[in-house]
Design a protein around this ligand. Structure first.
Ligand code: NAI
Ligand code: MG
Length: 370
């Protein structure tokens, strides 16, 4: 029996996770779902959006399914903290970023498929999957403002390009480091190729910018070329991030597996999600070597919270990804066929699809096909 950490979070996270459960129950997955607290309420009442007891649940689970949470900027977060906790040094940090780092969930997986009959499809023949590096790159968290004198000194010593900023005061300059490691590049590219091989995909496209970001994108590109040689049956394409934005709008049907670093991946995956229906359809997996967290990519959409109105398919598709990762490929395929059938029939549609059906009706329609 699987142990699955169950983290609805807050806002519509609760609605969509309820829907996911209806579907998983219909699939009769042999699993125990263990509720774990996460999100805004726990920041406000305890000063920690990801309480220690939740980490304990995660550590003793096979994987986790996560709904959505509310996040707010630092200053606002400080103001909403319970009065008895204020001024004690609590600093809000994103529990999602924390989870990715803590469990080294280095692959962010985002499939984007145009299901037949979805009125929101940009085109009907899109079937892409994005592999985004999830732990380093420009989001590694190495950031400075004001720029410390020792950091500045070291940069000036090692890089002539720093000369352009010679006269800028420390307080008027901010720096975010883009760190790419050989190990980080290697493992994300390898996961992309392994996926392509296992799923008979024709090509893997590396999306970087090595002509300008010579060192970071350069390393990523060299490593990718090396890995590509081990998979001679799969075509390896390279594209610059800017040009790729045009090609993905012009000819999205030509691409299959996309792989890229953290920031570029964030951008590419949102573009690809919108090609196949947007937030109501965008599921993702945060995957490491031993643990994984699956989630819809949307947030807590507070204005729809508790209204039983939003589209649960992103979360149900996240559950499908989870089943695949668990090795329950048959159940995953069954679930995907059920989702595809409901979309193709077009009888049940939530508001984002132009319909009036509820979150629960959509879940029940999918469950009905199982
Ligand atoms: P959001 O994704 O929560 O909602 C934006 C809009 O997208 C909604 O108002 C709604 O019109 C639409 N939408 C979202 N999910 C939908 C669904 N399942 N079906 C149909 N329509 C849907 O983004 P927003 O409003 O920027 O952020 C709200 C809160 O969520 C913030 O506190 C933000 O920090 C947080 N957030 C959390 C994320 C997470 O938990 N992974 C990710 C993104 C934002
Ligand atoms: Mg994003």
């Amino acid at each position: 029996m699987y142990k699955i950490a169950w983290m609805p979070g807050d806002g519509i996270g609760i609605d969509v996770m309820h829907a996911a459960r209806v579907v998983l129950d219909a699939l009769k997955l042999d699993a125990q779902y263990i509720h774990a607290d996460i999100g805004w309420d726990f920041w406000c009442s305890e000063g920690e959006a990801l309480p220690r007891r939740t980490l304990d649940v995660l550590k003793s689970s096979d994987c986790a399914l996560f709904g959505a949470i509310t996040s707010k900027p630092k200053e606002e977060a400080a103001q909403e903290l319970a009065p008895n906790l204020r001024g004690q040094g609590f600093v809000y940090r994103s529990p999602i970023v924390h989870l990715r780092q803590m469990f080294d969930l280095y692959t962010n997986l985002r499939p984007c498929k145009a299901y037949r009959g979805n009125p929101l499809n940009y085109r009907d023949d899109i079937d892409l999957i994005v592999f985004r590096e999830n732990t380093e790159g420009l989001y590694c968290g190495v950031e400075f403002h004001p720029l410390p004198a020792n950091v500045r000194g070291a940069l000036e010593e090692s890089s002539q390009a720093m000369g352009a900023f010679k006269d800028v005061a420390a307080d008027d300059i901010a720096l975010s480091a883009r760190i790419i490691t050989r190990r980080g590049a290697e493992r994300i590219v390898r996961r992309a190729f392994e996926y392509a091989q296992a799923h008979d995909c024709k090509s893997v496209t590396l999306i970087e910018k090595p002509n300008v970001l010579r060192e970071t994108s350069g390393l990523m590109t060299r490593v990718a070329r090396q890995v590509a040689r081990e998979f001679p049956s799969i075509e390896f394409w390279e594209a610059n991030i800017d040009a790729m934005m045009m090609w993905l709008v012009k000819n999205p049907q030509q691409y299959s597996v996309l792989v890229t670093s953290n920031l570029f991946g964030d951008v590419v995956s949102d573009l690809c999600a919108q090609l196949v229906g947007g937030l109501g359809f965008a599921a993702s997996g945060n995957i490491g070597d031993k643990f994984a967290v699956f989630e819809p990519t949307h947030g807590s959409a507070p204005k729809y919270a508790g209204q039983n109105k939003v589209n649960p398919l992103a979360t149900i598709l996240a559950a499908k990804l989870m089943l695949d990762w668990l090795g329950e490929n048959q159940k995953a395929a069954q679930l995907e066929s059920a989702i595809a059938a409901v979309i193709a029939e077009g009888r049940i549609r939530t508001y984002d699809m132009g319909g009036t059906n509820t979150t629960r009706e959509m879940a029940e329609a999918v469950a009905g096909k199982l």
